[in-house]
Design a protein around this ligand. Structure first.
Ligand SMILES: [Zn+2]
Length: 159
């Protein structure tokens, strides 16, 4: 059910791909005062307006799936990191035309600024790309342009 709930800003990614589902607990005691399903989520960006939409979408998906007794818990620590996006999620991002965030561990050097980071073009895989704006279509993304195929593209910023 959760795999059918997508990110409002990136409709190809499910909340599972995004790595925001921390835990799913199913209560089998059947006690009337307990939620049958408890889902723990960690928001991607604190204060990101998309999170309210995601919350509502999760509730709707559960109700449609017949789970009316549910509870969604929000946990802020540890903070969500782009490293939590699944491998298949990163593939889907790239196929959608957004350069996936680079894993922090494999980033060339930790003290490089965003402008100096090598970001691969999701269209032609060229690494000859240029930062155009630190903010792309949303605050979570930066706008880049490929110097080879000339295509502008969003890069999902690491954090
Ligand atoms: Zn390109």
């Amino acid at each position: 059910m959760l795999e059918a709930v997508t990110d409002p800003e990136i409709p190809v990614l499910s909340v599972v791909d995004m790595g925001i589902i921390r835990a799913v607990r199913i209560d089998e005691t059947g006690l009337p005062n307990r939620p049958a399903v408890e889902i723990t989520i960690t928001p991607t960006y604190t204060g990101c307006p998309a999170m309210d939409v995601i919350n509502t979408s999760i509730r709707l998906a559960l109700i449609e799936g017949g789970i009316t007794k549910h509870q969604i818990k929000t946990v802020l620590y540890p903070a969500w990191s782009t490293d939590w996006i699944t491998e298949s999620g990163k593939q889907k991002l790239k196929a959608y035309g957004i350069a996936p965030p680079q894993a922090k561990s494999t980033a060339p050097t930790m003290n490089l600024t965003e402008a100096e980071e090598t970001i691969q073009c999701p269209q032609c895989n060229s690494t000859d790309t240029k930062l155009i704006s630190r903010f792309g279509s949303t605050a979570c993304k930066a706008l880049y342009q490929c110097q080879d195929c000339k295509e502008p593209f969003d890069y999902f910023k690491c954090h």
